[in-house]
Design a protein around this ligand. Structure first.
Ligand code: FES
Length: 247
């Protein structure tokens, strides 16, 4: 279990405020809950605040507490309990999956690229303050392993050099494209789909295109042909009822 506490005062900003869009969103989110249950929105508001500023600050916790009518300590408890909340500046956080499928497919090289171009240790800001990285458990994209996550986007089918290029592009302020880094479309096989390729499947014209014949029935042997069916056999010799059973 890790010790989680807020970043020291010298790192904290002087204030926090949701921007106009997030303020409207927060009002609508709080209004979803019955009167007196506004505290239920605490995780949503902290998450939105983190999306806006990159990490959860002391003034943000105070602000969320005021918005929800909660004591500061209650919001602090939530922020420090859940590891998804960053309690110090993280820059662009690169989450590298190192669970078995990604590891087997080369996640060590992805981690090495992060160590080389960000910092030798995870959870540590790069010298320019722009990046940090961390290892995470399976992110559910094993079919495109190895992969990493930045923000809400997945970057898949990567390797060491691709990761290095991604970090360099981000550092230079360039956009990088989410999804598979090779020729794959989504999680299709490399080179394209190999099954369910008939476009008629997807435009409705499949109906009536294929005639499906009834499967051939095996011929009965002479003995099977003479054997009475179970229903006929039951009619001829009804099952014995247990003693005392109702008639
Ligand atoms: S093991 Fe990496 S996404 Fe599942």
């Amino acid at each position: 279990m890790s010790l989680r506490r807020l970043a020291p005062p010298e790192v904290q900003p002087a204030s926090f405020a949701f921007n106009a869009e997030n303020t409207e969103w927060a009002k609508a989110t709080i209004a979803k809950y019955p009167q007196g249950r506004q505290a239920s929105a605490v995780i949503s508001l902290l998450w939105r605040g983190q999306e806006q500023d990159g990490w959860v600050t002391h003034p943000m916790i105070e602000s969320v507490a005021r918005m929800l009518g909660m004591p500061f300590i209650r919001v602090l408890e939530v922020a420090t309990f859940y590891t998804m909340f960053n309690l110090e500046p993280v820059g662009t956080l690169i989450q590298v999956c190192t669970t078995t499928p990604c590891w087997l497919r080369g996640s060590d090289a992805v981690v090495d690229a992060c160590k080389k171009h960000i910092h030798p240790h995870e959870h540590t800001l790069s010298a320019d303050g722009k990046f940090s990285w961390m290892e995470v458990e399976c992110l559910g994209a094993c079919v495109n392993a190895p992969m990493l996550q930045i923000g809400s986007d997945f970057y898949e089918d990567i390797d060491g050099p691709i990761t290095e290029q991604m970090i360099a592009d981000l550092r230079a302020g360039k956009d990088i494209k989410p999804g598979p880094a090779n020729s794959r479309r989504s999680s299709e096989p490399e080179g394209g789909a190999t099954s369910l390729t008939d476009t008629a499947l997807y435009d409705g014209s499949i109906i009536g295109k294929y005639k499906v014949a009834a499967p051939p029935q095996p011929a009965l042997t002479d003995a099977e042909a003479k054997k009475p069916t179970q229903a006929a056999s039951d009619r001829e010799s009804p099952k014995q009822k247990p003693p005392g059973a109702a008639t």
